[in-house]
Design a protein around this ligand. Structure first.
Ligand code: FAD
Length: 311
């Protein structure tokens, strides 16, 4: 059995594993795809002290750093269930898709999240070539250009306000007849001179020249008319979905959005189970934050272990 078992091999999981291994305790990492979302990222320019790197390069570095230590890395392993220990301080069980199960005194959940796609022609083709999901990450790449934000909830409206300060023009596209963001955000958005708000609009296609994005088409749902906007970038902001479906039947408390509820130490509602990164209720989903939270969850797990009664 492990003393610390990390589920997920993104920035949060990698940081948790390194911190646990450096305590000299039996550490394992089970991940469906080591590297996580970082593998799908092109340029990374906000990982402090590294001016510029690329996702696959950072993902390789994460794995190499973990493998520097005596960590049992189990790649291509999907967790499908979590079972609480029979007695307090007993072994927690993680069930894998292949039928096997892993046991550990503590478990760190870091299964991350995924951006919801609009699923229109051009989205997949132009991902990282004008189609973006993270304004904090990619906003500056569109300095002085024209962009659209798809989604009029809080994240879409926040993204539009944020981007309006960097880009030349923002078109906010909302499917519904009205925006769903908080009123204070809507007022702020409406006050910006370089933002156009289009409601009752269904995005139908993201256009490009083969290399990069050059437009977006939508259907006006009230008049059934087609429109095209010329632009250089599209930010899709219709939700970030935590990878926590596999925890629904466990006793780990999830928020109404499916995020793992954690306290300031990274503890979940289940003793011995900690969590970090995009899968949790911690705000701002970023690499540097996921890493910090992973380190914190790992130190909390260690703190928990040293307080368990000696066997
Ligand atoms: P993830 O990176 O999502 O990793 C989750 C891990 O868990 C993966 O290994 C996954 O395979 C595994 N997993 C999931 N479910 C299971 C399961 N059931 N069993 C086992 N393993 C499982 N952030 C920045 O700071 N700067 C940027 O420039 C930036 N650009 C981005 C660009 C794109 C296109 C995307 C998608 C994200 C970007 N982000 C950026 C956000 C950043 O990638 C995330 O905040 C960060 O990766 C979160 O780390 P994490 O470890 O919590 O989760």
């Amino acid at each position: 059995a492990f003393e610390v078992l990390v589920i997920g091999g993104g920035p949060a999981g990698a940081a948790a594993a390194v911190y646990a291994a450096r305590k000299g305790i039996r550490t394992g990492v089970a991940a469906e795809r080591f590297g996580g979302q970082v593998l799908d990222t092109m340029a990374i320019e906000n990982f402090i002290s590294v001016q510029h790197t690329e996702g696959p390069k950072l993902a390789t570095a994460l794995e190499q750093h973990v493998k520097q230590y005596d960590v049992d890395v189990m790649n291509l392993q999907k967790a499908v269930g979590l079972v609480a220990p029979k007695t307090q301080g007993g072994l927690i069980e993680v069930k894998l898709e292949n039928g096997a199960s892993l046991k550990s005194r503590t478990v760190i959940l870091s299964t991350g999240a995924r951006w919801r796609n609009v699923n229109v022609p051009g989205e997949a083709q132009y991902k990282n070539k004008g189609v973006a999901y993270c304004p904090h990450c990619d906003g500056p790449l569109f300095k002085g250009k024209r962009v659209a934000v798809i989604g009029g909830g809080n994240s879409g409206v926040e993204a539009a306000i944020d981007l309006a300060g960097i880009v030349a023009h923002v078109t906010l596209i909302e499917y519904d007849s009205q925006l769903r963001a908080d009123a204070v955000l809507q007022r702020k958005l409406a006050s910006l001179p370089n933002v156009t708000i289009v409601t009752s609009a269904m995005t139908t296609e993201i256009h490009g020249d083969g290399a990069k994005v050059n437009g977006l088409s939508y259907k006006d749902r009230n008049h059934d008319t087609a429109h095209r906007v010329d632009l250089e970038g599209v930010f899709v902001q219709i939700g970030l979905v935590p990878n926590t479906e596999w925890l629904k039947d466990s006793n780990v408390a999830l928020s109404n959005r499916g995020e793992i509820e954690v306290d300031y130490r990274g503890e979940t509602s289940m003793p011995g189970v900690f969590a970090a990164g995009d899968a949790t209720t911690t705000p701002y989903k970023q690499i540097i934050i996921a890493m910090g939270e992973g380190a914190k969850a790992s130190l909390s797990a260690f703190d928990y272990l040293i307080r368990l009664p000696a066997e």
